[in-house]
Design a protein around this ligand. Structure first.
Ligand SMILES: *Cc1c(COP(=O)(O)O)cnc(C)c1O
Length: 427
C-alpha cells in the first residue's frame, strides 16, 4: 500500500509529464477551488464558445437576420457532422446532427424494426440507459405489438459477459441495442465482437455512444457498425441540451426510413411539394428546423477534442483512472466503499463508480464543503453510486488525488452526517 505522500508525488509528476495539460485552460471557470468530475453528465464550457455565441447572436442573427441561413447556417449541420464523424470513426455522410439522443434513438429503432418486420425479438440489457428502454417499451406498446423485449441481466451489476449475447441472439432477433459504455459502471462492450456476433444472425445493432463519444476511440466503420446515437453535451462539451447525433452505415441508409416525416428530411424541403419524398442521404433522418444557437455552440468543444486527439485523450484517461483506482484501493476500500466499475481499464470508459451506503450524503459533502475544502463535483446515481467522471481534457492527476483524500476525510471524520438526505431533482 502506497502512502498518501507517495501518491501525491506521483500525481505531481504525472501532471508535469502530461502533454495535454494546457487544454484545461481552454475551459471556464478557471477557478482552482472547484474540481469538476461531472464531465460525463455536462461537459465544461469551452471559453471560445462565449465569443462564438456572442457573434452568432449579434452578427448572424442580429445584423444579417434571415440572410444568415444561406450565409452560415445551412452548412453548419454538415460541418459538425464531419467533425463528429472523425471522433466516432465514421464517414461524414454517415452522421446527422440534430434533435436529442432519445428522439434519434426512437427514429432508428423504429426504422430498424420496420426493416426487419418478419422478426419480433428485441434484445437489450439491464445496464442500459433507462430512456432507451422506455423508448423500446413505447415502440412495442404503440407500434410493434408482436414484439418482445428480451433483457440480458448483469450478474454483478457492473458488466455483461459476451457469452450472454451469444446465447440470446437468434434468427428472430430484429434488433440488439446497447450502451457502448454503460452509464453507471462505465463497463465498455467490445463493439467489434458484438457486431460480429449479431451479424451472424443478420440482427441490426443500435449503439448508444453517449458515454463513449469523446472519451474513448469509437470505431464504427472499422467494426462494421450498423447504427448509433449519442449526445454531445457530455465528453464533447457541446453545452446543456446540445443537439445529438446519429449514425447509419452508408449501405443501410436507403433501407431505413425516418418515422417522423418532417420537411427537413424531404428530398427538396424548399420546393414545398405537398407529398413527402425522403432524401437519399443521411439527412433523411432530419425532422425540422435545427436549433442554430445550440448547434453553433457545439463546435468549439468538438474542435478541442480533435486538436487533442481522441487516442491521446484515451491514453491519458486510462492513466488517470488507473491512478485513481490504485488510490481508491489503498485508501477508500477499507472505509465502506466498493469499486463498482470493471477492474481492468481497457474494459471501461472514462468514469469510475464507487458505492457506499452513505453515497448520497458523501456526494453532498463533496459538493458543499463546510470546512473550506475545495468544492468537488461528482454525480450520484441511485441507490448508492458516486460517479467520478474523468475528463482528460481538463482534469489533472492532482485533482484526482485531492478527490480521494477528500472522500477519505468525509468518511473518517463522519462529515457526511452534517448533511440531510433530501434528494435534489438533478443529481
Ligand atoms: C446522457 C445519455 C442520454 C441522453 O439522452 P437525451 O435524449 O439527450 O436526454 C441517452 N443515452 C445515454 C446512454 C446517456 O448516457
Amino acid at each position: 500500500m502506497d502512502s498518501i505522500e507517495s501518491f501525491k508525488n506521483q500525481a505531481g509528476e504525472l501532471d508535469r509529464l502530461d502533454t495535454l495539460s494546457a487544454f484545461r485552460y481552454h475551459f471556464a471557470p478557471q477557478d482552482e477551488q472547484i474540481i469538476y468530475l461531472d464531465g460525463n453528465s455536462l461537459g465544461k464550457l469551452p471559453i471560445r464558445t462565449n465569443a462564438l455565441l456572442h457573434k452568432v447572436v449579434t452578427e448572424q442573427w442580429g445584423q444579417r437576420m434571415i440572410r444568415s441561413w444561406n450565409e452560415n447556417w445551412m452548412g453548419l449541420s454538415q460541418r459538425l457532422s464531419s467533425k463528429i464523424a472523425r471522433i466516432i470513426g465514421a464517414e461524414p455522410d454517415e452522421v446527422f446532427v440534430g434533435d436529442n439522443t432519445s428522439a434519434n434513438f426512437y427514429k432508428l429503432a423504429f426504422a430498424a424494426l420496420k426493416f426487419q418486420k418478419e422478426r419480433n425479438k428485441i434484445v437489450s440489457d439491464n445496464l442500459n440507459f433507462p430512456s432507451d428502454l422506455y423508448l423500446l417499451q413505447g415502440l412495442v406498446s404503440h407500434h410493434f405489438a408482436d414484439h418482445h423485449i428480451n433483457m440480458m441481466l448483469s450478474d454483478d451489476g457492473i458488466s455483461i459477459n459476451t457469452k450472454k449475447i451469444e446465447e440470446i441472439l437468434d434468427h428472430k432477433t430484429a434488433l440488439l441495442t446497447l450502451s457502448h459504455v454503460v452509464f453507471k459502471s462505465a463497463f465498455m462492450y467490445d463493439m467489434g465482437i458484438v457486431n460480429e456476433l449479431a451479424h451472424k444472425y443478420n440482427t441490426l445493432v443500435l449503439w448508444d455512444l453517449s458515454h463513449s463519444g469523446g472519451s474513448v476511440p469509437v470505431r464504427l466503420n472499422e467494426t462494421n457498425a450498423d447504427m448509433a446515437v449519442g449526445c454531445t453535451y457530455k465528453y464533447l462539451n457541446g453545452g446543456p441540451g446540445a443537439p445529438a447525433y446519429l449514425y447509419v452505415r452508408k449501405d443501410l441508409q436507403e433501407k431505413l426510413f425516418n418515422p417522423i416525416q418532417g420537411w427537413f428530411g424531404h428530398n427538396e424541403p424548399f420546393a414545398f411539394n405537398l407529398d413527402y419524398k425522403a432524401r437519399r442521404s443521411i439527412e433523411r433522418f432530419a425532422v425540422g428546423t435545427p436549433g442554430i444557437l445550440s448547434m453553433a455552440a457545439m463546435e468549439p468543444g468538438l474542435d478541442l477534442i480533435l486538436e487533442a486527439g481522441i487516442e491521446n485523450l484515451r491514453l491519458k484517461s486510462m492513466a488517470q483512472s488507473t491512478f485513481m483506482q490504485q488510490m481508491i484501493y489503498s485508501h477508500l476500500i477499507t472505509l465502506g466503499f466498493s469499486f463498482a466499475s470493471p477492474e481492468e481499464t481497457q474494459h471501461r470508459g472514462s468514469h469510475l463508480s464507487l458505492q457506499h451506503c452513505e453515497g448520497y450524503r458523501i456526494s453532498k459533502a463533496m459538493i458543499s464543503p463546510k470546512d473550506g475544502s475545495p468544492i468537488i463535483i461528482p454525480d450520484f446515481r441511485p441507490p448508492n453510486n458516486i460517479r467520478l467522471g474523468i475528463a482528460p481534457l481538463y482534469n489533472t492527476f492532482t485533482e484526482l488525488f485531492e478527490t480521494v483524500i477528500r472522500m477519505r476525510t468525509i468518511v473518517v471524520e463522519e462529515q457526511y452526517k452534517l448533511y440531510n438526505e433530501t434528494v435534489e431533482e438533478v443529481t
